[in-house]
Design a binder for this molecule. Structure first.
Ligand code: FES
Ligand code: FES
Length: 174
């Protein structure tokens, strides 16, 4: 394991949503703060900062990860995906995002980025989930506003739309 000096800043190079990115970080800097304050990727939210609420969920090298439980220096050389990757263009929502809007699956939106990342990751490997599957997945996320039912409805509809897109050879996850 590389030894890092606690008071020094270290260059961190990684891929962010398919593009090379880099900035400096002290060894103790959390990935949430690194993404938001150093990189400017403010889509990733910060809630509890101790791994419980799921608001900060991102995908690192294909694994769902709590960014608040990850140090920025740990992502050196990694492939990181954040909620900013879900929209195909600045003026277009992805399939999951559009379903959330349609079903009013967010209110304050604080939990939403993390939930979208978990659902996107899950639906890539489970294109035809049951309602129970979705509810089990959502058990890793806290939402204080919606009561979860609209989120479940949005997720099931997005899964259906993704299956249709996939059958028509369209991009299924945007
Ligand atoms: S902010 Fe990371 S799990 Fe709550
Ligand atoms: S929409 Fe407010 S916490 Fe989920």
């Amino acid at each position: 394991m590389t030894a890092l000096k606690s008071m020094s800043r270290h260059q961190v190079r990684f891929m962010l949503n398919g593009q090379p990115a880099e900035s400096e970080a002290e060894p103790r800097l959390l990935l949430t703060d690194f993404l938001r304050h150093q990189i400017g990727a403010t889509g990733t939210h910060v809630g509890c900062e101790h791994g419980v609420c799921g608001a900060c969920t991102v995908v690192i090298d294909g694994m769902l990860t709590r960014a608040c439980m990850t140090l920025a220096v740990q992502i050196e050389g990694c492939d990181v995906r954040t909620v900013e990757s879900l929209a195909p263009a600045v003026d277009r929502l992805g399939i999951l995002q559009a379903a959330f809007r349609k079903h009013h699956a967010l209110q304050c939106g604080f939990c939403t980025a993390g939930i979208l990342m978990s659902l996107d990751h899950f639906l890539r490997g489970n294109p035809d989930p049951s309602e129970e599957d979705i509810r089990v997945l959502l058990s890793g996320h806290l939402c204080r506003c919606t009561g979860y039912t609209p989120i479940v409805k949005a997720a099931l509809e997005a899964a259906k739309d993704m299956r249709t897109s996939s059958a028509n050879n369209e991009p299924a996850h945007v």
